[in-house]
Design a protein around this ligand. Structure first.
Ligand code: ZN
Ligand code: ZN
Length: 461
């Protein structure tokens, strides 16, 4: 942020979130608009543009964010958009800001606003088939009347479905005595379709009330559930998500705990200070993700209280624990991954291009059995050999030693000390620079030189 003088620092800071599903006639034009508008207003964060919509999470001075909203509203594409603007403290935790992508402005054109499934064969559901929106007040009253009137339109059993990830639901979720809250317990949004597939019986025939942080995840997920046809028609989604609900019901209403958010605020609570989360290690009440402690295996955020953090830096999330992973076996992969990019599954909406950055950072293991290290075949260059190539890549091999093994082999054709290609074929057989300056044989290495390809009648002389 350009906050060099005191006046700037005193000015209120804010975070703005909005999304809009709408056919974008001219992506280039919209890109140019965001690029110039956000840069001139000094906004930082993420803007994702797709042929069918826009998803924006930006932070900056409150007055600048208001100017941005005013400018966006001039475009008729954004009619009816829910602009969620919240004032907050200026980012003070650099690590959280960086992880949340609030230290720079990133505007990207993506194929899809939300990568709904990591399965490339599963086509995204039609967004126009999404569940009906319920305002915070309507949502609240449905829950309040549960057991009496039940479903808004039908006499069905009511279930709540939390469309968020496990680490989010750990610190806050909707809870009412008469309605069951289904918590898929997923690491990332793209795991939700398979959860829905595997648990469709819990949804079939019921009236499903879905919610997420700001609403965008329910759009796609509710459309997916409804695409399953008969018995899955009655799906409703909380418009504006938990964020709008808490604004409407500042005491929390039926929402208990804190709303996990994908910006430097980390989480937003109601006036009710109830703590839902517990420390992964000592089970004491704890719900603060500011330290960004992560599972050593899958990098999912985990809750670890301050005193447990002093004792250990290796954590295994409950999902990995279920898969039999233990802290004791992870010592070899302790190398630091502290300065990481925001991982894709931590964005409220995951776009395809974000998704490509989500690399499995972790150990080559499966279940409790360590997988064999990745073996990388390393082929040396012309007039070289395995031994000298190995020597020159020793530092790389050392860096990769926990996850990969470099394998070196000599090429099949041994060359004389100075290879003299046939004059007639000289242009084809070797780069001219090599002919003019044959490298001196490296000391301490095997003196034999090899080539992978030679002219057809090459006999080594
Ligand atoms: Zn603890
Ligand atoms: Zn894990």
């Amino acid at each position: 942020m350009t906050t060099d003088n005191n006046k700037d620092q005193e000015e209120e800071y804010g975070v703005l979130l909005y999304y809009k599903y709408s056919a974008i006639p001219d992506l280039d034009e919209l890109f140019t608009f965001y690029d110039s508008n956000c840069n001139s207003l000094g906004l930082l964060g993420r803007v994702r543009l797709a042929p069918h919509g826009v998803n924006v999470t930006v932070g900056g001075k409150l007055s600048s964010l208001e100017k941005h909203v005013a400018a966006v509203k001039l475009n008729s594409l954004f009619e009816g958009t829910d602009f969620k603007l919240a004032s907050c403290h200026q980012p003070s935790n650099d690590r959280v800001s960086k992880e949340c992508g609030f230290t720079s402005l990133s505007i990207r054109v993506v194929k899809e606003l939300v990568t709904f499934s990591s399965n490339p064969l599963l086509t995204s559901p039609e967004i126009s088939n999404a569940g009906r929106h319920l305002s915070a007040v309507e949502f609240h009253s449905v829950l309040q009347n549960a057991g009496e009137k039940e479903c808004p339109n039908y006499h069905k059993r009511l279930v709540l479905l939390d469309a968020r990830n496990l680490y989010e639901t750990r610190i806050g979720k909707f809870h009412t005595p008469s309605v069951e809250t289904l918590d898929p317990g997923i690491r990332q949004y793209s795991d939700l379709p398979s959860w829905i597939d595997n648990n469709s019986e819990q949804l079939r025939g019921n009236c499903v009330l879905m919610y997420c942080t700001g609403g965008i995840r329910c759009e796609m997920a509710s459309a997916y559930i409804r695409s399953k046809g008969a018995g899955f028609e009655n799906v409703f989604q909380l418009f504006g998500g938990i964020q709008r609900y808490l604004e409407q019901f500042p005491d929390g209403g039926f929402f208990e705990g804190k709303n996990f958010v994908f910006d430097h605020r980390v989480s937003v609570g109601s006036s009710d200070a109830k703590i839902l989360g517990t420390c992964l290690l000592c089970s004491s009440s704890f719900d603060d993700y500011s330290s960004r402690s992560r599972c050593t295996y899958c990098r999912m955020l985990v809750l670890v209280c301050d005193s447990c953090q002093e004792k250990s830096s290796l954590f295994v999330c409950e999902l990995c624990q279920k898969n039999g992973k233990r802290v004791g076996s992870v010592s070899l992969i302790k190398n630091d991954v502290s300065e990481e990019e925001p991982t894709a599954f931590e964005l409220e909406a995951v776009s395809t291009s974000d998704h490509t950055r989500l690399s499995p950072q972790l150990p080559w293991r499966h279940g409790t059995m360590p997988l064999r290290k990745l073996r990388i075949l390393c082929l040396h260059g012309f007039r070289q050999n395995a031994s000298s190539f190995k020597g020159r890549t020793a530092s790389l091999a050392k860096k990769l030693k926990n996850i990969a093994e470099l394998v070196f082999v000599d090429a099949p054709h041994e060359l004389p000390f100075i290879y003299q290609p046939c004059l007639a074929d000289s242009n084809d057989s070797a780069p001219s620079s090599m002919q003019q300056n044959p490298p001196p044989p490296p000391l301490n290495c095997c003196n034999k030189k090899f080539a992978w390809l030679v002219v057809p009648n090459f006999d080594g002389k």
